[in-house]
Structure formats: C-alpha cells, structure tokens
Design a protein around this ligand. Sequence first.
Ligand SMILES: *Cc1c(COP(=O)(O)O)cnc(C)c1O
Length: 385
Amino acid sequence: MIKGTFPVEKFETLETPFYYYDMELLRETLNTIKKETENKPFHIHYAIKANDNPRILKEIASYGFGADCVSGNEILRALECGFSAAKIAFAGVGKTDREIHIGLDNDIFCFNVESLPELEVINTLASEKGKKARVALRINPNVDAHTHKYITTGLNENKFGINEQDLPEIVNIITSSDHIEFIGIHFHIGSQITDLSAFEDLCVKALELQEWFNKQGIRLPVINVGGGLGINYHHPNHCPMADFESYFRLFGKYLKLQDDQTLHFELGRSVVAPCGSLIARTTFVKEGLQKKFLIVDAGMTDLIRPALYQAFHHIENISSNEAYTPYDVVGPICESSDVFAEGMMLNLARRGDLVAIRSAGAYGETMVSTYNCREIPAAHFSDSL
Ligand SMILES: *Cc1c(COP(=O)(O)O)cnc(C)c1O
C-alpha cells in the first residue's frame, strides 16, 4: 500500500487533532480547473460551504474564480477573502431578509431563487432600494444523482428548488416584477456524484427547459449546473484529483450553448476535499473481544461525515511501518456513531502514533462543533508549517 507523504517530524510538535492542508495539491487542482475551463464560456463559482477557511478561500479567489454562497455570512466571508461580488451566486431555500439585503447591497451576480414567496420578497426589498436583483430560478429537475440520500437534492421529494409545474406561474410573476432581472436557470442535484451519467441526465433536462423558456419568448443568458462532482475517497494516493477533464467535456458535449450564453459551475468538494487531512493522535489501542480499537483524539465533532453520511475516509498510520492490521478507528465522543472506520488496515499501532484521516478538506472543518465542550481543531498549511 502506498501512503501519503506528511512532515511527521513537524507534526510531532503540534497539538492534535488538527487539519492539515496540502497547498501544492490545492494549487494543482485549481490550475487543472483553470486549464479545463479557460477559452470556454465556462464560469466557476467555488462553493464556500465545502471549506471556508480564509487561507483556502484567498488561494481560490486568487485564481479569479467566483463563489457560490448559501448564507449571508458566506457572502461576507467570500468578499473579505477576495472574491468579486460580481461573481457571487447566492442559493438557499430560506434566505432571510437580512441575507437578501446583504446580497442586494453588494450587487452580487445572482440570487438563485428557490420558491415563489422568495421571489416576491426579493422584488419588494429590491424595490425599496431602487435596485434590480439579478435572479436565476433554481429548478428541481427530478434527476437522480445516485448518491447518499442525505446529499441528494434534485428529486421531487427534496426541499430544494422550484418544481416544473410551478414554472408558468413563476414566469408570469417574474415578467411583471419591475425589480427582478431574470438571467437564467440553476440546478444542483446532489453531492459526491461519481456516476457522471447523472450529469448527462441533467443536461438533457436543462435543454428541455431551455426550449420551454424560449417558447415563452424568454432567453436564458445563464445556465448554472451547480456542483456535485465526486472524488475518490478510497484511493487518495492513486487518484488525488477528481476527473475534471471528463466532467467539463461532458457538459461541452451535451449542452450546446447558444450565442452569448454562459455555463456556470458551483464546485465545492472536488476543489478542496483531496487537499485536506485530519491529523489525530492515538490515545489508546484497545483490544476488544472481536476487534482491535484504535482510539484517537479526534472525534465526530472534528469530522462528522462518517457519522452523518456513513461516509468513507481512507486512514493511514503515519508513525509506523509495521505490519498491516485491521482496526476500528474511533473517537472519544459519547455517541456510538463516533466511528471513523471499521476494519481499516493500518500499520501496527501504538499509543501516541499519528494517524491521517484523508480527503477531509471538504465538509470537514466547516462542520466542526464543540459538542462535549471540545476544542476547535487548528488548521496548518503545507507551505507555512
Ligand atoms: C453545496 C452546494 C454546491 C457544492 O456541492 P459540491 O458537491 O461540494 O460540489 C453547489 N451548489 C449549491 C447550491 C450547493 O448547495
């Protein structure tokens, strides 16, 4: 088994657990995305919620990418970290008045509107300011993303987006709303999508909807296909990057854009997941009746994905080269779901060994909690250790 390379000696001086970000891998990823999208009418809005660490955000913003925000505070964070307001998209089913004000006051690129009442409130608040809000409709395309049900968002049973049957009414309201500038359609069907055929289905649906809008005499300058591209959690060393080439090629092939149309992507996980690891120290090795437990000082409060989505993270013992042995890797939190992995093959472990829980750069640090009065883990970066 090949293992990741970590500066273990430097880690020994740091307090655990902590997040460690491989900034070279992040830059390589950003360069790849840039290369695959430049010279095309493709625009990237990085999904802030995947990782909102300011150091990471500044790096991403420096490539000229935009941001996808799901709260008013995310808009403020994105602006602070160097994203241009003109490239900020704002989604979410429950935007409060305060959050809509933040979007309007900063003249963001677009509100991705998810319901009729939201559209009416945005129109009213924009009119009070004498402004026009740019709006795209988030449409629920009823496309199955074939991913975990907690990260599936584009089915009729999900709370997100506007259903197709409500479109005629919404379009009537848009055309009579003086403070709304309708710019296009938006989708986001789910996350950790590795079967790219789900995106083909999405393209077919987008083209159908485009035809419907065109028939009403409405042009769509913007098509936004959201995020969702998955990564390989099982083999972080062999496959350190998502398959951006196939992903962007697919959209180029299936979504023939009209003149002056731009295609927008809201990638989160695929940008930041591979570059992050959660580093923890072994507190005890406990011999159970049937299993060996590796009890580490990180828990579900530091990385909740396994407990929340039954997510898999590859784990390595970075302090040992001894024989591989199966362990259940668990945290100290008083919840039975506080388990990082079962039967993970790790080099024989001793108290004090450091383990790296890999591919934790997305939905890791952003979901940290202080349950059990836990400390917030620190973040360290490969280029400034
Ligand atoms: C979370 C989210 C994204 C990012 O999804 P990833 O799977 O991390 O790429 C994009 N758009 C919207 C609206 C989201 O809520």
